[in-house]
Design a protein around this ligand. Structure first.
Ligand SMILES: NC(=O)c1ccc[n+]([C@@H]2O[C@H](COP(=O)([O-])OP(=O)(O)OC[C@H]3O[C@@H](n4cnc5c(N)ncnc54)[C@H](O)[C@@H]3O)[C@@H](O)[C@H]2O)c1
Length: 381
């Protein structure tokens, strides 16, 4: 039987599993760029009805829904009025980083489960407030790290968990682009809060920290700069004039379990990459080729370095194809909805992403102070 015939059977089986007896009423907060990916995923799901959306920019939500043929979706001028007037089963929060915390807390306290775009928020304190609201509401909150759905990302975790690498003691991660500064709401503190760290840095951190079980971060020496973003030679002059976030960050982080995380991320620099991701252990090491942006999969086949019968060997881990062609975004949204329907666990829980956020926050604070700092995470209780 050919693969094509087989895959038809697989897909039919998956569709059957979705219970359509009750349609989930979904709302979208922030109808900008990434909201389109959420909308397209929801539209593929037979158990979802997109009923409402909100955006601060007048007419933006209306235009957004028209594009998707959803003229009946009700539009609101902000998230609060939408939450007041709608009975929602779930909400996607697709606003810029600076309003993640406010929108998420308000939705949870209204009793609505939330799929929140990454990064979780801007500061550790905000993350803690979000988690308090999550706890008080008892509702599901999942953070939008779609690379978790990628088979190659899963392979990294499988390799670490298999024990092949032994005890992990050092990780180098990060990456970025020689030139690739975004614009729009990504480059000002008032909307983005943080720059390259929140845009792409959080992904590379999630890749490795998820693989090793998210140990708690203890101390950090961080550095940030924005030599490129603010320079009209390298950035559009109008954008350079308003640019006030970091376009580069580097850090040395101590994690619980005597593990060092050596991190660097860049939107622009005079080199093609600040390096591959490397996970070093007492029995082996894994090299994960860098990519422009870690929002999907790895940059190429990974290499496992290990000794076999006393000889130094290298094993190439071929790229693992994903199980279907629905895309990581579809699976990110689907896994969230399944958790909502089955009262299950959040696919990407805040208990993990809190540490991702605490490292970013620690880097920003350490950079400002110009010295190493201890990472303090306030209690959720
Ligand atoms: N997962 C991914 O692959 C991915 C890719 C791109 C962006 N993102 C994340 O998605 C988020 C949004 O990015 P974007 O490019 O869509 O930004 P964007 O600026 O295009 O859209 C954000 C929208 O949110 C609206 N908004 C802000 N606060 C609001 C509020 N309180 N109520 C209603 N609307 C509000 C803004 O008016 C704006 O239209 C960012 O956090 C970004 O990191 C994720």
């Amino acid at each position: 039987m050919s693969d094509a015939v087989l895959s038809q059977f697989t897909q039919a089986a998956e569709e059957k599993e979705i219970d359509t007896s009750k349609k989930l009423k979904v709302g979208i907060i922030g109808t900008g760029w990434i909201a389109g990916a959420h909308c397209e995923s929801y539209l593929q799901m037979p158990d979802v009805e997109i009923v409402a959306g909100a955006d601060l920019i007048p007419g933006k939500a209306e235009k957004f829904f028209k594009k998707y043929g959803l003229e009946n979706a009700r539009c609101y001028p902000d998230h609060k009025s939408m939450l007041e007037n709608e009975e929602l089963d779930a909400v996607s929060i697709c606003t810029y980083n600076a309003t993640h915390a406010e929108c998420t807390i308000d939705a949870l306290l209204k009793g609505v489960p939330v799929l929140l775009e990454k990064p979780m928020c801007v500061t550790t304190d905000e993350a803690v407030e979000i988690m308090k609201a999550e706890k008080a509401s008892g509702k599901i909150l999942s953070i939008g790290f779609q690379p978790r759905m990628d088979e190659n990302m899963k392979m990294i975790k499988k390799i670490v968990e298999s024990g092949t690498l032994g005890k992990i003691y050092y990780i180098q991660t990060g990456g970025g682009r020689r030139r690739g500064i975004p614009n729009s709401t990504f480059i000002e503190k008032k909307t983005a809060g943080i720059g390259a760290m929140g845009d792409i840095g959080c992904y590379s951190m999630d890749m490795v920290l998820n693989a090793i079980g998210y140990p708690k971060p203890l101390t950090v020496t961080g550095y940030t700069s924005n030599f490129f973003g603010t320079n009209p030679k390298y950035n559009n002059p109008a954008d350079a004039a308003r640019f006030d976030v970091e376009d580069f960050a580097a850090a040395f982080v101590r994690l619980e379990g005597d593990i060092i995380l050596d991190f660097r991320i860049s939107w622009a620099m005079h080199v093609n990459t600040p390096g591959d991701t490397i996970i070093m252990g007492t029995e082996g090491a894994l090299r994960i080729p860098s990519t422009d942006c870690w929002n999907g999969t790895v940059g190429g086949p990974m290499t496992l370095y290990h000794d076999v019968a006393g000889e130094q060997c290298e094993t190439i881990i071929p790229i693992v194809p994903n199980k279907d062609d629905k895309g990581l975004f579809y699976h990110k949204v689907r896994s969230f909805l399944d958790a909502v329907k089955n009262n299950g666990e959040a696919p990407v829980p805040t208990s993990q992403i809190l540490y991702n956020q605490a490292i970013i926050d620690g880097i920003a604070k350490s950079a400002e102070l110009g010295r190493e700092i201890e990472i303090h995470i306030p209690s959720i209780d």
